[in-house]
Design a protein around this ligand. Structure first.
Ligand SMILES: [Zn+2]
Length: 474
């Protein structure tokens, strides 16, 4: 009899691999050693080959790749309810709230966000920090938790003036360059990439951000893209997020945002357009032809209120779409379901098209396509031999998941965060039988309860509407 090889962990259940063949293995298993996937196959066969220190899962479990949140701002966990029903809100509410937070507050916000993500089966987050002074705290806290993250950094080098529709009688939108700032900031980003290797061999990898065309001049964008190219890093830009940005681009740069970026020659397979809500089909085609990706945050569309991009149609046209939470609701399952409902309402219902966006496509957008969007698909996004062991084990004992008929449809349509029982990042168990292992949730709760009213007080006078709830007393 052949002796079995020792491994760290064996995951057992229906294995949804999200590999190129979209293999689903009933009564399957995943063998993990040293943080990597050693084997994926039938449970019986893997049991004959390996002896695991720990086995996780069972016959009524589903094993899936960890989901990837393609866009977030981890400092904003304690602001999210303050911006509801308020638009526009970034400059008026988000940024003053971030400014009012101490670095300890920021660390609590990161722990809270990551708790929400991990407990919903998300194992990797793409962070873009709006407030530069928060960067080091965010990185340190992510490291302490053991969360996988791509952190794209960058600042702005111009001030923009957006002329209102009333002011356009005599004025136009304009930008004022802060000379030398692009070079200064990109030197900082270069040093950052020395610390956080963009190749993705560590849990945190660096990326390059040119936040948006209103704040980053064409000069900055070109230099940032060049740095990303030299280092093989993901290059990310918020694109076509709202009408003000489109108007600014047309008025100041003479073309729509994606066209500007194409003309600057910065598109390519490592380019990630964040949001792209107001892209035209022509711009989407430019993105597809370049091999670039799109981070689509369906629930944030409800905060931005500028539209729901037809990502199912663009996906078929060749745009690689990854899903993001953007802190609107940090939950991989809710984001998949929001995609199903929004895209269904946009096209499947009016077109009487049941195959408009199948569950398999949505799951890919949360896993393998998302990994490609953040240029990390060589290591994560699917359960395949040689990849990092980022995995989620779902308990199907809940009534709404009983009687498995189609594992992927069941998961995407009916799964919730409540069934997420174990979560592994590079083989390390960060959620163990529903408990977070590296985050003290009681401490986060008491800190969050202290911070939340303080942040609310800072921004309440800036809101259009009162924060006090209307109370009906009989
Ligand atoms: Zn953003």
């Amino acid at each position: 009899m052949t002796p079995t090889s020792p491994i760290d962990t064996m995951l057992m259940g229906t294995v949804i691999t999200c590999d190129a063949e979209r293999r689903v293995i009933t009564d399957g298993a995943v063998a993990i050693a040293g943080g990597s996937i050693l084997a994926v196959g039938k449970r019986e066969e893997l049991h004959l080959a390996y002896t695991a220190q720990r086995t996780i899962g069972g016959p009524r479990c589903t094993v899936m790749p960890g989901m990837i949140d393609c866009h977030s701002h981890l400092s904003q966990a304690l602001v999210r309810s303050l911006i509801a029903h308020e638009l526009p809100m970034i400059q008026r509410l988000y940024l003053p709230a971030e400014d009012a937070m101490s670095l300890n507050d920021v660390a609590t916000s990161v722990r809270l966000c990551v708790s929400q993500l991990l407990r919903s089966g998300v194992t990797c987050v793409a962070e873009t920090t709006a407030t530069q002074s928060h960067e080091e705290t965010i990185l340190a806290t992510l490291g302490e938790i053991g969360m996988r993250a791509i952190v794209a950094r960058g600042s702005s080098d111009q001030s923009c003036h957006h002329e209102s529709i009333y002011g356009q009688v005599s004025g136009t939108s304009s930008a004022t360059l802060r000379s030398g700032e692009a070079e200064r900031d990109l030197a900082h980003t270069a040093a950052f990439l020395d610390r956080y290797d963009p190749s993705g061999c560590s849990l945190i990898k660096g990326g390059v951000l040119a936040s948006h065309l209103t704040g980053s001049s064409p000069h900055y964008v070109r230099l940032a893209a060049q740095l990303a190219e030299e280092r093989g890093a993901s290059f990310q830009v918020h694109v076509a997020r709202d009408r003000e940005e489109i108007e600014f681009c047309l008025a100041v740069l003479g073309a729509r945002p994606l066209q500007v970026l194409a003309d600057l020659g910065v598109l390519g397979p490592r380019f990630l357009a964040i949001h792209g809500i107001l892209l035209t089909d022509v711009e989407a085609r430019l993105l597809a032809e370049s091999g670039g990706g799109l981070a689509h945050a369906p629930l944030e569309c409800l905060n931005i209120l500028n539209g729901v991009p037809p990502v199912a149609r663009w996906r078929r046209a060749g745009v690689n779409v990854g899903l993001g939470c953007d802190n609107a609701l940090n939950d991989g399952f809710e984001v998949m379901r929001a995609t199903m409902i929004q895209q269904g309402a946009l096209r499947a219902i009016p077109g009487y098209d049941p195959e408009h966006l199948p569950a398999e496509d949505i799951l890919d957008m949360a896993t393998s396509d998302a990994a490609r969007a953040i240029s990390w698909d060589h290591a994560i996004g699917s359960l395949e031999v040689g990849k990092q062991a980022d995995a989620v084990v779902i308990d199907r004992d809940s009534p709404h998941l009983m009687s498995q008929q189609h594992p992927v449809v069941d998961l995407v349509r009916y799964g919730t965060r409540n069934e997420v029982r174990w979560v592994l990042v590079r083989g390390r168990v960060l959620v163990d039988d529903r408990e977070l292992t590296t985050i003290d949730l009681d401490a986060v709760r008491s800190r969050a309860e202290e911070i939340a009213p303080r942040v609310a007080a800072v921004v309440s006078s800036r809101r259009y509407r009162s924060l006090s709830p209307s109370v009906n007393i009989d």
